[in-house]
Design a protein around this ligand. Structure first.
Ligand code: NAD
Ligand code: MG
Length: 389
């Protein structure tokens, strides 16, 4: 029987996004297991207000301070505390009102709140891969010192995590990260040069936020995931392989030293890894659609085309060299993706912006947190100048 004390108190950072709203669906289906104590978003005030009224959290934060009064007024008849601004987002991450942070902010903005949550001893369900790309060593070290678990939500990393349950003492030979290939699988440069925003946003298997959709179209997403895997599972670059698997049924695999390979499979639905992270180590029954092997006759595999999708090659270079290079890659990519989303640059220009920024920003082999923050700012400024933003 569940009592109030067994209810996990959740802080959902990035509640209005694709992952955030799906997490709220999972939580709403399991009111005896989870309560929502913190909701945060960047600027979608209407949805935040609606979510707050439904889930009655302790605190809400809206980063965009111009929206504060509207949210505050809308929730005036409740006990919900309302804060605004970046600093509030970071401070709320350290509050006592919750046990488990679901980190679903997109991009670099997720780093500081997640680090604060770790330092405050909170368990983390990590969707925000950029946090590990930017400062993986520091984040993992803080988690180790605080003995807090970081449970991946990215479907590939959730798959690897699930394959590793019960294998604590068995070294990994390699992991195989599967990639759908995105909407432009099989296309060449002469096609990509004309690709427009709306087309690039159409992913064949997943409905996701705008930034990760573009990253999936350029294959940068898989590069970021290689770096994410390095930190989560303590791997060397050469132990991380990418395999294109357009059906997105095998979510990833682990090969052990005896040559045996474990895979985790399922239909592409982010609610599954979200629920797994929230409930870990338990599994919760649900009625999500099931995979039927009789209908999955064609599971296919191919090598990624790094010559055409050069962002993946750049991410591999950053993974190899380490230091602040992944942080620089990430910052330049964020600027390039947002410029592409605003129709300011073309699809292939994104790669050029990232490549030049990686060459320009000074390389640091062993950066401190401040060095990462500086490298991020320098890379953003340089990339924005290139695009004339
Ligand atoms: P999204 O754009 O749909 O939502 C992002 C959320 O972050 C929103 O709530 C937004 O308000 C908030 N946010 C954005 N910028 C912010 C800022 N500067 N400060 C504070 N909050 C900010 O993104 P998403 O698709 O839900 O992705 C979230 C994260 O999860 C990303 O890191 C993504 O790579 C990762 N992820 C997403 C999926 C997916 O299916 N959507 C799958 C795997 C991993
Ligand atoms: Mg993924």
């Amino acid at each position: 029987m569940n009592t109030a004390s067994t209810i996990k108190r959740i802080a959902l950072f990035g509640s209005t996004g694709s992952i955030g709203t799906q997490a709220l669906e999972v939580i709403a289906n399991n009111p005896d297991k989870f309560s929502v104590e913190v909701l945060t978003c960047n600027s979608n005030d209407d949805l935040l207000i609606q979510q707050a009224k439904k889930f009655n959290p302790n605190v809400v934060v809206i980063t965009d301070e111009t929206k504060y009064t509207k949210v505050k007024d809308a929730l005036a008849s409740t006990d919900i505390k309302v804060f605004a601004g970046e600093k509030a987002l970071e401070d709320v991450a350290s509050m006592d009102v919750y046990d488990f942070m679901l980190a679903a902010i997109v991009g670099y903005a997720g780093l500081k709140p997640t680090l604060n949550a770790i330092k405050a001893g909170k368990a983390i369900g990590l969707a925000n891969k950029e946090t590990l790309v930017v400062a993986g060593e520091i984040v993992m070290q803080a988690a180790y010192e605080k003995r807090v678990p970081i449970i991946p939500i990215d479907s590939e990393h959730s798959a690897i995590f699930q394959c590793l349950v019960g294998e604590v003492r068995n070294p990994i030979e390699k992991v195989i990260l599967t990639a759908s290939g995105g909407p432009f699988l099989g296309r060449k440069t002469n096609y990509l040069v004309n690709v427009k925003r709306d087309h690039a946003l159409q992913h064949p298997n997943w409905t996701m936020g705008a930034k990760i959709s573009i990253d999936s179209a350029t294959l940068m997403n898989k590069g970021l995931e290689m770096i994410e895997a390095k930190w989560l599972f303590n791997l060397r670059a050469e132990q991380i392989e990418v395999l294109v698997h357009p059906q997105s049924v095998i979510h990833s695999m682990v090969q052990f030293e005896d040559g045996s390979i474990k895979a985790q499979l399922g239909l592409p639905d982010m609610k599954l890894p979200i629920q797994y992270a929230l409930a870990f180590p338990k599994r919760i029954a649900n009625n999500f659609p099931r995979a039927d092997f009789k209908k999955l006759r064609n599971l296919t595999f191919e090598e990624p085309d790094i010559k055409t999708f050069r962002n993946l090659g750049l991410a591999m270079e950053a993974l190899d060299k380490g230091g602040n290079l992944p942080c620089v890659l990430n910052a330049a990519n964020e600027i390039a993706v947002y410029a592409f989303l605003r129709n300011r640059i073309g699809f292939l220009d994104m790669t050029d912006v990232i490549e030049s920024t990686m060459q320009k920003v000074s390389f640091l082999q062993k950066p401190s947190l401040d060095d990462y923050l500086d490298s991020d700012a320098e890379a953003r400024n340089y990339a924005a100048d290139l695009i004339k933003l």
